[in-house]
Design a protein around this ligand. Structure first.
Ligand code: 2P0
Length: 331
């Protein structure tokens, strides 16, 4: 009744921002991401009668009752129901990157838990079921089940059975695609994505236009990825990010994840591009800026980013593998 898995984080090229069903974690729009090589969670799960409630230990510290623990316990309860078991679980998970700072640790953690938890409960799930299960913990986790370039299809059914990820191209398809992740702050963000997106749906006057414009970005990204067209993918992703930010900024009260270092990175990307370099930026629910480029330019771009005041760290990552079981247990 114990199993372990690893899953990489992912960065969206077309963002998920807003839910049509908060309980089943169903999104208003489809999204596309790249699974990031080397930025992963390693998770071990055990169901046992000796536990009186679910215990979750993240990066060495037990999670108190609250939002972060709830993401995990909701998924564990779904697993219990699917497996028809009564036992509670102990979960130990370690991340290789700063938690809750816009690097989607919930995506990797809950994708790894979908694998480890379902196996620990005696279930044998296919990738589609795993993606649906991961989604119940955190929407973006549905995408980390797969490697490479991934689409989370929003689905239309009210039970969520058609809202899951599919792979567009695996991690070996476009090997020289890179994201240069610029860490502009390692502090935990003040507004969690879950609360922020609900507030945008409720109050942003631009939310409807956001939803209407995402589908054409999805088409452009899929075509661009299959053609390995950096300009098409980068420019569509950058514009998609700015449209999501327009809904964030116009939310009441406003959601502004950028800090001065994020802004400096963004301006540097625009300047590099004016000088002929093919690079584009995207940001998520945090101050980190990810620069989309090709491997041949990534070193120069990473060195430029590291020199920017306020940039604490720079990580270069390419397309990574999907979630998989590992033998090493964490307890
Ligand atoms: C994304 N984000 O597509 C977008 C872009 C943040 C900005 O997915 O409530 O942690 O757990 O489903 O998945 C972050 O949202 O939110 C996210 P829940 P999640 O990557």
């Amino acid at each position: 009744m114990k199993a372990s898995a690893v899953a990489n984080s992912n960065i969206a090229l077309a963002k998920y921002w807003g839910k049509r069903d908060a309980k089943l974690m169903l999104p208003h729009n489809s999204s596309i991401s790249m699974t990031l090589d080397g930025l992963f969670s390693h998770t071990t799960c055990e169901f046992d009668g000796k536990y009186r409630s679910h215990i979750v230990i993240l990066d060495g510290a037990e999670l108190p009752e609250g939002d972060a623990k709830q993401e995990v316990t909701i998924q564990l309860d779904v697993i219990k129901e699917m497996a028809k078991i009564k036992e509670f679980a102990k979960v130990v998970s370690n991340n290789t990157f700063p938690t809750a700072a816009g690097l989607a640790s919930s995506a990797s953690g809950l994708a790894a838990l979908a694998l480890a938890g379902s196996k620990a409960a005696g279930l044998e799930l296919g990738k589609k079921e795993l993606s649906i299960l991961a989604r119940r913990g955190s929407g973006s986790a549905s995408r980390s089940v797969y490697g490479g370039f991934v689409e989370w299809q929003k689905g239309v059914k009210s039970d969520g059975s058609d809202s899951h990820a599919v792979q567009i191209a695996d991690e070996n398809y476009w090997k020289d695609f890179r994201m240069v992740v610029c860490i502009a702050s390692k502090k935990e963000k003040k507004i969690k994505s879950r609360a922020g997106m609900a507030q945008s749906v409720a109050t942003s006057p631009f939310y409807k236009s956001w939803i209407e414009s995402v589908e054409s970005d999805i088409d452009a990204l899929k075509k661009g990825i299959l053609k390995k067209d950096l300009e098409a993918v980068g420019s569509t992703a950058e514009h998609n990010c700015l449209k999501m930010y327009a809904t964030m900024i116009s939310t009441k009260p406003p959601i502004i994840y950028w800090n001065p270092a994020s802004m400096s990175v963004i301006h540097s990307v625009l300047e590099l591009r004016d000088n002929g370099m093919k690079c584009y930026f995207t940001c998520d629910a945090g101050p980190q800026v990810k620069i989309i480029c090709l491997e041949k330019d990534s070193k120069e771009i990473a060195e430029m980013a590291a020199r920017i005041e306020g940039v604490e760290d720079v990580i270069v990552s390419g397309p990574g593998r999907g979630a998989e079981f590992v033998k090493r247990d964490l307890f």
